[in-house]
Design a protein around this ligand. Sequence first.
Ligand SMILES: [Fe+2]
Length: 193
Amino acid sequence: MDVVAKRQEVIKEHVDRIRDLVGNSTPDLSMLEQVKDLLVKLAAHKDLFSLDDFPPPAADSKRRSCLYRLSEDDNYGFALYANVANGKVDAPPHDHTTWAVIVGLIGEEENRFYKKTEDGVAQTGGAVVEDGTGVALLPNDLHSIHIKEGGPVLNFHMYGRALEQVPGRNYWSEPNKEWRTFPAHTDIREGRF
Ligand SMILES: [Fe+2]
């Protein structure tokens, strides 16, 4: 079996187990921890998720990171992406309006967690996502993402709903001291090859 067919098979096997686990429920954090464990198992298939197959944006690109779609249900549920970055990334504190699980494969992605305050956000904690570790977020949970200059970063991002379908993600704009809304994501590359 070639690497593409093998990758599709292994992704389907793990997404099927996640779908069986979550079903139509609204998962709580303990269920999302189990989703995370399944994605860590998927991430262990290192030979199937290389930077050759999922290259980051070129050095001269305006983008520092991009998303490859790995799996998505017909109703846009259980959306799994490979997120790959090369260079400095600082995403502001934001929510997802759906559940989210991030698991690392290559490099380090720092996550900072926040609570809302009257005049913005206050950090409550943090975690570095790297090979074999991950974080889980409920729809209203807030995090920011920080990647340092240096080697490329590859990780899995899984959401309860595909990112093109969640137009109302909120982020805190520190320069403007106000909550703003991300437009729906439009630059997701096909990764189901
Ligand atoms: Fe996020």
